[in-house]
Design a protein around this ligand. Structure first.
Ligand SMILES: NC(=O)C1=CN([C@@H]2O[C@H](COP(=O)(O)OP(=O)(O)OC[C@H]3O[C@@H](n4cnc5c(N)ncnc54)[C@H](OP(=O)(O)O)[C@@H]3O)[C@@H](O)[C@H]2O)[C@@H](O)CC1
Ligand SMILES: [K+]
Length: 461
């Protein structure tokens, strides 16, 4: 996993003070990284348009123009006059080289967006909005320097933002790149070193971006085993029984030794799933909430108080009953609307979905601070997983998963790992990664995924 930071200004300052690196040197490395990327990946391209603002993001762009001058046909567009001292210094250097400054935008082979970086501190004015809209309308290959212009430090986009194919971000990953809204703008993200290795530049952090290698699948290493060695998950089915059955199916395919669907009515289940009317004596984990609908409160309360691992989803986020179990080591997997209800029920905030989506990295830690034993997975374009003081982002998700039933598969995967003895956080991290990797590997068109397809891909991981 890789560290993520809410801000990097203090890390830049640490470089000046601790390693005696100058701002000029850091900037040279920032621009050099973009230049190397272009030389290595787009050597046959001819024209490069670099669009610069008045601050140091613009200065990165002006520096880049100097580095690529002559090897490519580089044109600089200055959206406003150089303001910061570094912009002015870099500008004097390109003036000395007689690099062409243009007043009209054009559809170059590559566009590099150096309009605003971490210094965006107010809404875009009409001129900047129009400029970004024009750049977005071009078919050029688009590179964002540090962060696509228009995304602020909280990961919010007020009107428009540059739609990058790749974002080359300076020094370290920033939280703002992983808001849900940012997902449509950042493209692929790579980190550029600023004169020291990344591990030297970075300090401690409690936020992490998950990598594929963080997925710890439940492969069976012991030869001397039996079905009881891999746990027994009970999935409580409610009114919409399909949800529970999907979850149970996913769980069985993900390695749980036994999976039973708990339902008072007799169900017609696939042969590998068992049915029980009440929670099984030997159950090692419970999945509850999906498709639950109307239910007998006392019976659910009894289930929630069973001393086994639990994953809770969906309808229970609308019931005060949930507040009774938040001091337990449990897993909760709400989508944004359900999380808003949960925040209200536990008196943290009374907010609309839009407010949550604009501030996911604010409300998730608030919840975890109040309920440090709960492992929370907030669904979204970038899934956030949080436990106590630590927060993890899974950015592998895609629109393929935006379907009914995907969440039920996820609940089943988490329940399966809980039943097999994983702790809450490990279950959620591995299940979430497996869920998104399976969707990534699905090779039919991106609107057609069925829960059964997803489960089939899980089998191949
Ligand atoms: N520090 C370092 O060592 C390194 C820094 N690096 C680079 O520096 C970048 C940060 O630079 P930065 O702090 O100068 O901010 P930046 O993003 O260029 O914007 C500030 C300018 O924009 C203006 N402005 C803001 N909002 C606006 C709006 N809505 N509409 C219009 N104008 C607006 C604002 O105006 P003002 O607020 O002053 O009126 C100011 O002039 C960082 O992202 C990275 O790329 C790297 O080279 C690595 C080494
Ligand atoms: K930018």
């Amino acid at each position: 996993m890789q560290k993520i930071f809410d801000e990097v200004n203090s890390l830049d300052k640490r470089c000046y003070e601790k390693f005696l690196l100058s701002e000029d040197l850091l900037m040279e490395h920032a621009a050099s990284s973009i230049a190397s990327y272009i030389r290595e990946n787009h050597s046959s391209c001819k024209s490069i348009l670099i669009v610069c603002g008045s601050g140091n993001n613009g200065a990165d762009g002006i520096t880049l123009a100097r580095l690529l001058h002559k090897k490519f046909d580089v044109k600089l567009y200055l959206a406003s006059n150089p303001k910061s001292s570094m912009t002015q210094l870099q500008f004097q250097r390109v003036e000395a080289l007689k690099i062409e400054i243009i007043n009209e935008l054009f559809e170059a082979d590559i566009i590099v967006d150096c309009l605003f970086g971490t210094g965006l501190n107010k809404p875009l004015d009409e001129k900047s909005t129009n400029l970004i809209n024009t750049l977005n309308s071009y078919n050029s290959f688009k590179i964002a320097c540090d962060i696509p212009s228009g995304i602020n430090n909280l990961g919010q986009v007020q009107s428009v933002a540059f739609e990058a194919d790749i974002t080359i971000t300076m020094g370290a990953l920033k939280t703002s790149l992983f808001s849900d809204v940012s997902k449509d703008y950042v493209g692929k993200i790579i980190v550029a070193d600023l004169g020291v290795e990344r591990e030297v530049y970075e300090v401690e952090s409690n936020k992490f971006l998950l990598d594929e290698s963080d997925m710890n699948l439940p492969f069976r290493n012991k030869k001397n085993s039996h079905k009881g060695s891999f746990g027994h998950l009970n999935v409580v089915a409610g009114c919409k029984k399909g949800a529970g059955i999907i979850a149970a199916n996913a769980a069985f395919n993900f390695g749980s030794g036994l999976v039973s669907v708990v339902c008072h009515e007799n169900l017609d289940l696939p042969y590998h799933l068992m049915q029980t009317h009440f929670i099984s004596e030997n159950c090692t984990a419970i999945a509850i909430g999906m498709g639950l609908g109307k239910y007998e409160t006392d019976e659910i309360r009894k289930i929630l108080n069973k001393n086994v691992s639990k994953i809770i989803d969906a309808d229970l986020f609308y019931d005060e009953l949930i507040c009774e179990v938040l001091n337990q080591e449990i897993v909760l997997t709400p989508h944004p609307k359900e999380f808003c209800s949960l925040l209200k029920l536990c008196k943290i905030a009374d907010i609309k979905v839009e407010e949550l989506q604009n501030n996911r990295f604010l409300y998730v830690p608030m919840f975890s601070k109040k309920y440090p034993k709960v492992t929370l997975l907030l669904k979204g374009a970038n899934v956030i997983i949080s436990k106590n003081e630590k927060l993890f982002v899974n950015s592998f998700g895609s629109a393929v998963l935006s379907k009914g039933g995907s969440g039920d598969v996820l609940s089943g995967l988490i329940g399966s790992l809980l039943a097999q003895g994983y702790d809450c956080l490990d279950s959620v991290i591995t299940a979430s990664l497996a869920h998104t990797m399976a969707a990534k590997n699905y090779d039919k068109n991106n609107y057609s995924l069925l829960p059964t397809d997803l489960i089939e891909e899980i089998r191949k991981l």
